[in-house]
Write a protein that binds this ligand. Structure first.
Ligand code: DGL
Length: 271
């Protein structure tokens, strides 16, 4: 049986774990929330790179994992290239804001992107955006919005702050609209934001399609592990999941119960 390591700053990566469980219910998962260092979004890039390095070493040496999923857009943007250099022979899958699927989906040509400041200001995202805007004949414009505090509000499950910040950042995105072209596609470029999707969908309205990356990341992980599609399935059953946090594991276990229906105790794992 394959063991897959998954990490995020906190509970956001549970949205990716959910997609992984649907794609590969037969695998074993070790999920680590870097609770002692969350949120990542407004920290300096060097710190994120160091945390990603420590966590990868810790998961690899303690659990003998077969592959790593960096279930965090910020850590992917700022650290995945370094991780791949350090572990060249070992599969590492990242999550990236879904600009490419959004570019294919949009009809108005105007795509909104919400993500952490670390992701929005990263060179990796700038390169992806330029490549897509330059590589199409149809009108295409990405409006980017750094959403300071939103992942933290989701981490704390503070519904008041989630509502207020979601409104503030959606309004800021709409205010960036070039001409009169409305946003019809909204990229959730932070794995935490899936847990505010209901609020964001209500604000954006039914004409806007929300796009995220859980399912494609899960398919990619299955492919790199060489697992057969036929052995996947859409039933969660009794998944084998360990939940770890470098901080307090209780909020992680609670979120896993709420969002994934998992009844697994959280464990402190310092690294
Ligand atoms: N969930 C992470 C992401 O996808 C990080 C959020 C944060 O810690 O600020 O970017």
């Amino acid at each position: 049986m394959k063991t897959i390591g998954v990490f995020d700053s906190g509970v956001g990566g549970l949205s990716v774990l959910k997609a992984l469980l649907l794609e590969m219910p037969q695998a074993r998962y070790v999920y680590l929330a870097d609770g002692a260092h969350a949120p990542y979004g407004e920290r300096n890039p060097q710190h994120i790179a160091e945390r990603a390095h420590r966590i990868t070493q810790g998961l690899r040496s303690s659990f003998g994992i077969d592959a790593l999923v960096v279930a965090c857009n910020t850590a992917t943007a700022l650290a995945i290239e370094g991780l791949r250099v350090e572990h060249p022979e070992w599969p590492i899958v990242g999550v990236e804001p879904a600009l490419k699927p959004a570019a294919a989906l949009t009809r108005t040509g105007h795509v909104g992107v919400m993500a952490t400041r670390g992701t929005i200001e990263s060179e990796r995202l700038a390169r992806l955006r330029q490549r897509l805007e330059a590589g199409t004949d149809k009108p295409l414009h990405f409006s980017l919005q750094a959403c300071d505090g939103l992942a933290d509000a989701i981490e704390r499950d503070d519904r008041g702050a989630i509502n207020e910040l979601s409104r503030r950042y959606w309004d800021a995105l709409v205010a960036q609209t070039p001409g009169d072209v409305p946003i019809d596609t909204l990229v959730l470029g932070c794995t935490h934001y899936l847990f505010a999707a209901d609020v964001l969908q209500t604000l954006a309205g039914p004409a806007v399609t929300l796009v995220e990356t859980g399912a494609p990341v899960a398919r990619r992980t299955r492919a790199v592990l060489g697992l057969d599609a036929a052995s996947g399935g859409a039933v969660l059953g009794s998944p084998q999941v360990s939940l770890l946090s470098t901080g307090d594991p209780a909020p992680l276990a609670k979120a896993a119960t709420r969002w994934l229906g998992l009844d697994v105790p959280g464990r402190h794992f310092p690294c």
